[in-house]
Every structure is written in C-alpha cells, then in structure tokens.
Design a protein around this ligand. Structure first.
Ligand code: PAF
Length: 287
C-alpha cells in the first residue's frame, strides 16, 4: 500500500491507474478505523481493481470544537489495518493541504443539499453537512472514483451525499454498506473508544431498544413506538436521547402513520455521558 500525502500525488496515482483502465473504489474515512470501516474496504476490494482509502479528520464538519479536539486518531494502526485489508493507496493529507486558504465550511461555495440535510443531524449540528459535502466533493474531484463506499450507520449522510452529487453533477456510484455491530449490538463507531467502561456496558441498550421497538411497532402507532424508545433510553443512567425521528427512508421526512411510506427508518442520536452515539433501524423496507 502506498501512502499519498498531497493532492498532486493522488492525481498522479489516479492518472496512472486510469491509464491502465483500472476501476477505482474510494473509501472516505476520518481514521480511528474499526471493523465497520474494514467492511467497506472489503466490499470496495471485491468491486474494483484499485481501492483508495482516505484518512482525514475533516475540521469543517465539526460544529463542536471539543468534539474535533477529542476525536480519536491513530494513523499507524489505520495504515496497518488498511494495508492488511488490501487497500492499494491511502490518502492522508494535512489540514493545510486540503484547505490551503484556511479552514472554513462556508468560504466560497454553499452546497445545495435539499431538505434531507435540514432535519435530524442537520438541525442539531448546524453546518455539519456543508462540511461533509465540502470534503466529500473535494475527494470525489481529486480521486474521480467509479464507486464510493459509506456505512449506513450514518444513514442521513448517505442521503445528503446522494443529493450533493446530483446537484454538483458528480458521476460516482454511491454504495451503502450495512451497519457493523459489536457482538452485544452496539453499532461500531470511532467514538466508542471514548466511552468509559461503564458507559460501554450500557451503550448496547440503544440498539436493544430499537430492535425491540420493531416488534412493538407492529401493534402500536408511530407516536407510541417513538415514545417507548425515548422513555426506555432516557431511563438509563448517563443516557439522554438528543433526537429520535421515525422517517421516510427516502425523503427523511417524519411520518405519522406506518402506511405513509414503504420505507420507514428510525434514526436516533443519544448522548452516553459526553459521547454522542448514533444508530438507526428499519421498520419497513421496500420490496
Ligand atoms: O463518515 C465519515 O467518517 C465522514 O463524515 C466522511 C464521509 C469521511 C467525511 O469526512
């Protein structure tokens, strides 16, 4: 695996690969890699001649400076895992390389991300999706991948990226990959490393509550299902639901009746102490 630090290095590498008609898969990450990221890499390796992974903690998508400062980083371990997983090249630039004019999510271009970016994370993390669109569109323009891989834990992020490529006219296939979970059900996330031992023990209850709510939803209304999840999680020590929205999986608009959509997803964000965890579950899937 080769390590690329500059945009020019990546452009050169990509042009060599395109010269030999290799298909390119991109796995964008912010590092602190876990089995969830590796499942994206595995899929990318199977589906492309060459896989480029990026490791970049993008400052413009953090609306909370403490979150940025405490975001886990371990480049040495990341590179080892990516190399073992069969990645051809890793792009790990400095902040100055990506933002030579300084870090600002709103300098210049404002992305049209539509209504999917306004709800949930968009509401609670102002500017977050502009930052995501900024870095992901930049990566797409530098790497020009055939396919790009994203985890469904960040369900809304995938919808926003799909909208971004549509409005920006970027030609890339977005591959959504299923959530990877620990054996006890906790959705794998780089932020899990920040949980205390006690918090780590209770965090799987988020998924347990969501899973049980699928059964509950068969005999209860959307509102009752929503409230049962929030009440159960808020009753746990150290846990506080920031939002739980039961939405149409395509528009991300909240629904009032199960029949309103063939694709219904419950998206949740919970503070476990100071650690912000997100997860989701499907109540209905299109056939
Ligand atoms: O999902 C992430 O890790 C990040 O939002 C991404 C897509 C790598 C952009 O920084």
């Amino acid at each position: 695996m080769i390590i690329l630090r500059t945009v020019n290095d990546v452009r050169r590498y990509v042009s060599e690969q395109k010269g030999r008609h290799a298909s390119i898969g991109l796995v964008p990450t912010m590092g602190a890699l876990h089995a969830g990221h590796l499942s994206l890499v595995e899929k990318a390796v199977k589906g492309n001649d060459v896989v480029i992974a990026s490791v970049f903690v993008n400052p413009t998508q953090f609306n909370n400076p403490v979150d940025l400062a405490t975001y886990p980083r371990d480049e040495e371990s990341d590179f080892r895992l990516l190399s073992e997983a069969g990645v051809s090249a890793v792009f790990a630039p400095s902040v100055e390389e990506i933002y030579p004019g300084g870090v600002s999510a709103h300098s210049g271009h404002v992305y049209d991300l539509g209504s999917v970016a306004e709800v949930m994370e968009g509401k609670y993390r102002p500017g977050h999706f502009q930052g995501v669109a900024q870095i992901v569109s930049l990566l797409f323009r530098i790497v020009t991948p055939d396919r790009a891989y994203f985890g469904e834990k960040d369900f809304q992020q995938i919808a926003v990226i799909r909208k971004m490529i549509e409005t920006e006219g970027i030609d890339v296939e977005i591959i959504a990959c299923p959530i990877k979970r620990a054996e006890d059900g906790l959705a794998l996330s780089s932020r899990n490393a920040l949980l205390t031992e006690e918090q780590r023990k209770i965090a799987p209850d988020i998924h347990a509550a969501l899973k049980e709510s699928v059964e509950y939803s068969k005999t209860h209304s959307v509102r009752a299902t929503h409230d049962s999840v929030v009440e159960r999680i808020d009753a746990m020590p150290e846990m506080k639901v920031e939002y739980f929205e039961i939405v149409d999986g395509r528009t991300l608009e909240s629904i009032d009746e199960w029949e309103e959509s063939p694709w219904v997803v419950g998206c949740i964000t919970v503070y476990c102490g100071k650690v912000r965890l997100i997860d989701n579950i499907a109540y209905r899937m299109p056939k």
